[in-house]
Write a protein that binds this ligand. Structure first.
Ligand code: GDD
Ligand code: MN
Length: 384
């Protein structure tokens, strides 16, 4: 297989606990179904399985021929810490821009991988769920009791956490790495996907049907603790949802409080402008130069104060900050120019009285100044 630079980089995370009878066949099946131009990294996260799953994979890797654009790594954890936390560990280790999560017991068909990766690449979606509960999907080999449990858990998630997906409990899913950027996970129990869906409400989700086939070897690790963990996870996510909603309600207030800060700084700027200019005039500089220096200094101090206080931006990377600075100065100058133009037009063409024209022009410039800087300089939504 030739390595192609443009191919997708995929990290496939496979959590294992006592899967010695399944894991090697699983790895082979992945190998078989990976699309040709994909650079892939498979990460087995083993929790020191008593049946030696981790060691088995290590030995297998010593003897198997390396394939050019596919690496397989094993992360050995000391104790059984749970499925979600194993997945999270794998995500932290992963280097791909696309991440796939699947079980190691052959319940999840690797033959679905090409379709899932293709959807992430070519359709407008951030998360792809291999789904048992969309048309065409099904479950083979589960008892009625297990099916019922799954349905109830799904219902709780959909109603209680208002998640849209039909199969938010799926253990088989793929997503673009950037989707989870900045998210903090609790990683309780089995429900990694659910946690992502709740914490990333506006992600584009696509569900692709598949048939879940119950394992032939070994046994499910789902036990009573998994069930209580589930309720704990849902409760935590529910509270998370509430605080996110509170945050959203707060935003209209935040718009005005930011505007307040912005204009207070503007007033301070006038003072700085006045002080600096008069200081230079006193020291015998030509008054035009003194005025220009006053403007430059006050615009700069306005920029620094707005960055730190109004928009609470702590990214001081030099290039980024410089770009912001240039935009800020640009919008301020633009504001001043429109202000002059507006006064001129109102007074000269429409016979408006000067004080009224001035107030109109200043307010107009002030409002657009705030909004333009908010949106383009500090990259915030206007109404937040
Ligand atoms: N490292 C690690 N640590 N892996 C674990 C742990 C753990 O504590 N617990 C389970 N696993 C691994 C298993 O080895 C298996 O590869 C995978 O996680 C899923 O575990 P199973 O025990 O086979 O789960 P299941 O088949 O009952 O449940 C399936 O369906 C659920 C939806 O109803 C899984 O796909 C779940 O992820 C899914 O939520
Ligand atoms: Mn299973």
């Amino acid at each position: 297989m030739k390595h192609e630079g443009g191919g997708t980089q995929v990290s496939i995370i496979i959590p294992t606990y006592n899967e010695s009878q399944n894991i090697l066949q699983m790895l082979k099946s992945i190998e078989e179904h990976l699309p040709e131009n994909t650079t892939a990294q498979t990460i087995v996260v083993d929790d020191n399985s008593p049946d030696g799953t981790g060691r088995l994979v290590d030995d297998y890797l010593k003897n198997v021929k390396k394939i050019a654009n596919h690496t397989i790594d094993v992360i050995h954890r000391k104790t059984k810490e749970g499925l979600s936390s194993a997945i999270l560990k794998g995500i932290q280790y992963a280097t791909g821009n696309t991440i796939v999560v699947m079980d190691s017991d052959l319940s999840h068909p690797a033959s679905l991988l090409p379709k899932m990766l293709d959807a992430l690449k070519h359709q407008k979606c951030d998360i792809v769920i291999a789904s048992r509960y969309v048309q065409g999907g099904s479950i083979r080999g589960w008892t009625l009791k297990r099916k019922l449990m799954s349905k109830i858990a799904t219902l709780i998630a959909k109603r209680g956490l208002s998640v849209d997906a039909k199969d938010p409990m799926s253990g088989f899913f793929a997503f673009k790495r950037q989707v989870i950027q900045g998210l903090k996970f609790d990683a309780i129990g089995y429900k990694m996907l659910l946690e992502i869906l709740v914490k990333k409400k506006n992600a584009n989700v696509l569900e692709i049907p598949y048939t879940f086939t119950n394992r032939k070897f070994g046994s499910s690790k789902l036990d009573a603790k998994t069930v209580t963990d589930y309720f704990r996870a849902v409760w935590k996510l529910y509270r998370h949802g509430n605080s996110a909603a509170r945050e959203e309600r707060r935003t209209s207030v935040s718009f005005f409080s930011k505007a307040g800060r912005f204009y207070s700084i503007g007033a301070v700027g006038l003072l700085v402008n006045y002080l600096v200019s008069s200081m230079f005039v006193v020291s015998n500089l030509w008054y035009i130069y003194a005025t220009l220096i006053g403007i430059a200094v006050s615009m700069s101090s306005n920029f620094v104060l707005n960055k730190l206080w109004t928009f609470e931006d702590r990214n001081f990377e030099p290039r980024h900050t410089m770009t912001q600075y240039v935009k800020f100065i640009g919008f301020s100058s633009l504001g001043a120019l429109t202000q002059i133009a507006m006064v001129y037009v109102l007074v000269d063409q429409y016979d408006v009285q000067y004080p009224i024209a001035l107030v109109a022009a200043v307010s107009c410039a002030a409002i657009s100044n705030f909004i333009l800087n908010k949106k383009w300089t500090f990259k915030e939504k206007v109404w937040s």
